[in-house]
Design a protein around this ligand. Structure first.
Ligand SMILES: [Fe+2]
Ligand SMILES: [Fe+2]
Length: 166
């Protein structure tokens, strides 16, 4: 299995997008199924943004100062996703605002993933090279094992509270 940081993050993106597609295809009244899918996307997103925030973003910011603006914009996009995940995790799937909120989460994250994959990952690959990316990937894999999977878990909760009170 590749430990290249960009390959690992793109694999996560693929898995996240699968839950988005399934949500969009679920029937209008499939509240229980949509609830399960949202739970799954929150789990995947919580772990994914955690390893990006803790490892990938700070390393890129350090090593490639030219990409600072991209990194700062990405942190802000994570912040929006954190707020929405936190709110969704305490809502019931038959709440009037549930579907709308999940749709906004999906739209925001889809845009964010596109920007990562199309705009800044290619620059990161060029700037860091294979060896550095493997080293960063290994660190992310290590951290992923203990990454929070729910917005209410310690590492994630602090992030969510920061997001809500910033
Ligand atoms: Fe991200
Ligand atoms: Fe990402």
């Amino acid at each position: 299995m590749s430990t290249d940081a960009i390959v690992l993050l793109k694999n996560d993106h693929k898995e996240i997008k699968k839950t988005f597609d399934a949500f969009e295809k679920a029937g209008e009244n499939a509240h229980a199924e949509k609830g399960r899918l949202v739970e799954k996307m929150i789990e995947l997103l919580t772990a994914h943004t955690y390893i990006e925030n803790e490892v990938m973003y700070p390393r890129v910011r350090d090593l490639l100062p030219d990409l600072e603006d991209d990194v700062l914009e990405s942190y802000e996009e994570h912040h929006v996703a954190d707020v929405l995940c936190f709110e969704l995790s305490s809502m019931s799937p038959d709440d009037e605002r549930y579907e709308a909120k999940a749709t906004v989460l999906i739209e925001n994250v889809t845009h964010h993933i596109e920007e990562e994959e199309e705009e800044w990952f290619p620059k990161v690959r060029e700037g860091l090279g294979r060896k550095k990316l493997q080293e960063i990937g290994e660190r992310m894999l290590e951290l992923k094992e203990k990454a929070p999977r729910k917005p209410s878990q310690p590492g994630a909760l602090k992030k969510a509270i920061d997001a809500l009170t910033a």
